[in-house]
Design a protein around this ligand. Structure first.
Ligand code: ADP
Length: 254
């Protein structure tokens, strides 16, 4: 049965088991009765309700075409909901344009399956570019760059070019780029889709570290093994509808 409302994954576990931590009701993401119909008539999301609490780590899974990317696109304002409301970190995303939309996007780090690095720029330049585009001065860029590269284990690759890196390393650069301006929320759309199991797990471990320092992390994936190993909450999309949350318990997975 599809769930019409999936609340905090931190507090709705297996639909029966409740977390011992108190409910804070500090939603950083709230989708209410969201439907997304593309112009060709394709219904990507249907009457979807989802709340993610600040500091959560949530997996969104489901088969190809189930609406995972569309859901993330609604969160960062790449697409607009046909019906319903999308709230992210206090912003009503559906109505955002221009400067307000840019302001929201500065508060969201995004990681894609295909890394999207600039080929003729070094690792350091790829990461710094975001800060430069957002108007940070040189001193601040130089201050922020080393910890971001350290977080993803790549300080020694600062002067390498993307083509000199493995796929896993390129994805880690794209994570550094996504978090270098310290956003409160990180969205990752199939971040391990092009990686083998070892590199996938490295990427997830970095996302877990970022979550541990307070960043809300939302990851789409269809990799069930990775979800199981990660021990975080998961919701499932199927034909644009959201099904309940559950958590796999693998206490020794870290
Ligand atoms: P997933 O990420 O789970 O693979 P998507 O969100 O990409 O799913 O797609 C959900 C549905 O919406 C699919 O049927 C897809 O064909 C359709 N869709 C996605 N993007 C567009 C678009 N830009 N125009 C029309 N239909 C789209």
């Amino acid at each position: 049965m599809p769930q019409s409302s999936v609340k905090s994954p931190a507090t709705t576990v297996n639909n029966e088991e409740k977390s011992s931590s108190p409910r804070t009701n500090d939603a950083i993401v709230a989708l209410r009765s969201v439907t997304k119909t593309y112009s060709g008539g394709s219904k990507a999301l249907v009457d979807l309700n989802l709340e993610v609490q600040r500091g959560d780590f949530l997996f969104i899974t489901g088969p190809s075409g189930s609406g995972k990317s569309t859901l993330l696109k609604l969160l960062y304002g790449e697409e607009v909901a046909t019906e319903g409301s999308v709230l992210v970190d206090g912003f009503d995303v559906s109505g955002l344009r221009g400067d307000r939309l840019s302001e929201l996007r500065r508060r969201i780090g995004i990681v894609f399956q295909d890394y999207k690095l600039i080929p003729r720029r070094t690792v350091a330049e790829n990461v710094a570019f975001v800060l430069w585009a957002q108007g940070f001065d040189r001193k601040e860029i130089e201050r922020r760059l080393p910890p971001a590269l350290k977080m993803v284990g790549l300080p020694h690759k600062a002067n390498s070019f993307p083509e000199e890196l493995s796929g896993g390393e390129q994805q880690r650069v794209s994570i550094a780029r996504a978090i270098v301006n310290t956003p409160p929320i990180l969205l990752a759309d199939e971040p391990t889709g092009n990686l083998d199991a070892d590199n996938s797990w490295q990427v997830i471990k970095i996302l877990k570290k970022l979550n541990a320092i307070g960043i809300t992390v939302i990851v789409t994936t269809h990799d069930e093994a990775l979800i199981r190993q990660s021990n975080h909450a998961v919701v499932q999309l199927c034909n644009g509808r959201l099904y309940g949350s559950k958590r796999y318990n693998q206490p020794n997975s870290n």
